[in-house]
Write a protein that binds this ligand. Structure first.
Ligand code: AMP
Length: 429
């Protein structure tokens, strides 16, 4: 199958050629024909499958050329980073047209965005909050909107955007084409689809929540945070070379600490990206990671959605995400664009349970690796031991409501787990 068989016009075929795409991806093959014929479509696809081009190409082809002052199509995305990424793709595909495409998002003052809107546009790519804000101040007219895309719908629901999405539904014309893309399809996304779409064609490119097949997934159990950092240092020293490494932490503080520790050992810059960072610094970090100026980026889940750097060869999870779907999103940052990637998850004894949930979602155990001989085993500090014990306790109580979690029991469990960590974690004589 070729792009021209998908009945895309010359302008877009040229842009696709410039982008270096040789053949359409499965989601593009399945989604472009129904979208071109004006149908509503639900696409269950992770990032990395080519879903952005799947919805942008037929939409841009329908919009054709600059017309009217008001936007005719709206793409809603959960984060600024994703909005920017979709905007970049749209600009790329529309380069042989005069279509006017805007990205609108929060975190910066609306002045420039209002000025851009005043000059007229055909497509806007927007975060839900900023869209409602600009609309309610009279800066966006919705009367000509004929195409609506909800991208990463599961993430929008996770981030609590339902009220804004309902508002959008109320203010845009009823007669329109709808597209919903989501990596996962839990019941609340299904309800959202019911509210927004009419007789949609459902397209699924991978079984629900199955990570991209091109990612090698590994795990390594280490006793504590300090040892995890030592391992990451070792990995960077021995394996980074010219690769790009994306490290995930669960919380902002953890991301900052990790970056600070690592920075002490290396003379190249290690950048962090999380929700406390100013908009500009997040965008710069991403751009520099993309260009290769920054090779190691530490991110939290919130910031992870918009990271689109197909050259990311390695993802290290410095801690295990508690929501297994988040794992799928995280590792979707590597192995993108039909390249091979590696994802390594570092877990402490308390994170075993969360890891088990991930393995059952993914459908198979992650490949277990051993730590290098030279890795120093740091003592688990008392405070961290307590946090781990509490989490183990919580997990055991979840499994067995009668479990009392008596202190001596906890202690026994902890020390036995500690031992098994060392024996599975390393191959020492
Ligand atoms: P997405 O799933 O939309 O986030 O796309 C992931 C990456 O794949 C992006 O960097 C796209 O530019 C790239 N991509 C999309 N479609 C193709 C294709 N047909 N051939 C090669 N790369 C593609």
């Amino acid at each position: 199958m070729t792009f021209s068989e998908l009945k895309l016009t010359r302008q877009f075929l040229n842009a696709i050629e410039d982008a270096g795409y040789s053949v359409p991806s499965p989601i593009q093959i399945k989604a472009i024909p129904p979208l071109r014929s004006g149908q509503d479509v639900i696409g269950i696809a992770q990032t990395g499958t080519g879903k952005t081009a799947a919805f942008l190409l037929p939409m841009l082809q329908t919009l054709k050329y600059a017309q009217h002052h008001e936007p005719r199509a709206l793409v809603l995305a959960p984060t600024k980073e994703l909005a920017i990424q979709i905007h970049n793709e749209a600009i790329k595909f529309a380069s042989y047209t005069d279509l006017r495409i805007l990205a609108l998002y929060g975190g910066i003052g609306p002045k420039t965005q209002i000025e851009q809107l005043n000059q007229g546009c055909d497509l806007i790519i927007c975060t839900p909050g900023r869209f409602i804000e600009l609309y309610s101040h009279g800066h966006i007219s919705t009367k000509r909107i004929k195409h609506l895309v909800l991208d990463e719908a599961d993430r929008m629901m996770d981030m609590g955007f339902m009220p804004q999405l309902r508002q959008v539904q109320e203010i845009i014309p009823n007669k329109r084409q709808n597209m919903l893309f989501s990596a996962t399809f839990p019941p609340r996304v299904e309800r959202l689809a019911d509210e927004f779409l009419l007789w949609p064609t459902r397209i699924e490119v991978t079984p629900q929540s199955t990570p991209v097949a091109t990612v090698r997934q590994m795990k390594l159990e280490l006793p504590n945070q300090r040892t995890k950092i030592a391992f990451i240092e070792w990995w960077i020293e021995h394996h980074l070379q010219d690769k790009r490494l994306l490290i995930f932490a669960r919380k902002k503080e953890e991301a900052e600490n990790l970056a600070r520790y690592l920075q002490r050992s290396f003379d190249f810059e290690i950048r962090t990206i999380h929700s406390n960072k100013a908009q500009n610094s997040r965008i710069n970090a991403m751009e520099d990671f993309r260009s290769g100026l920054v090779q190691v980026l530490v991110s939290t889940d919130v910031a992870s959605r918009g990271i689109d750097v197909p050259e990311t060869e390695m993802v290290i999870n410095a801690s295990v995400p508690r929501d297994p779907h988040e794992y799928v999103h995280r590792i979707g940052r590597t192995g993108r664009a039909f390249r091979n990637g590696t994802a390594l998850t570092l877990n402490d004894p308390a994170e075993r349970y969360a890891l088990e949930r991930i393995e059952s979602l993914v459908g198979e155990p992650l490949e277990e690796i051993t730590a290098p001989e030279s890795l120093e085993d740091f003592e688990t500090p008392r405070h961290e031991r307590q946090i781990q014990a509490r989490e183990i306790d919580r997990e055991l109580r979840k499994r067995d409501p009668n479990y009392k979690g008596a202190f001596h029991e906890k202690k026994k469990k902890k020390s036995s787990k500690g031992k098994s960590v060392r024996s599975t974690g390393k191959t020492r004589k």
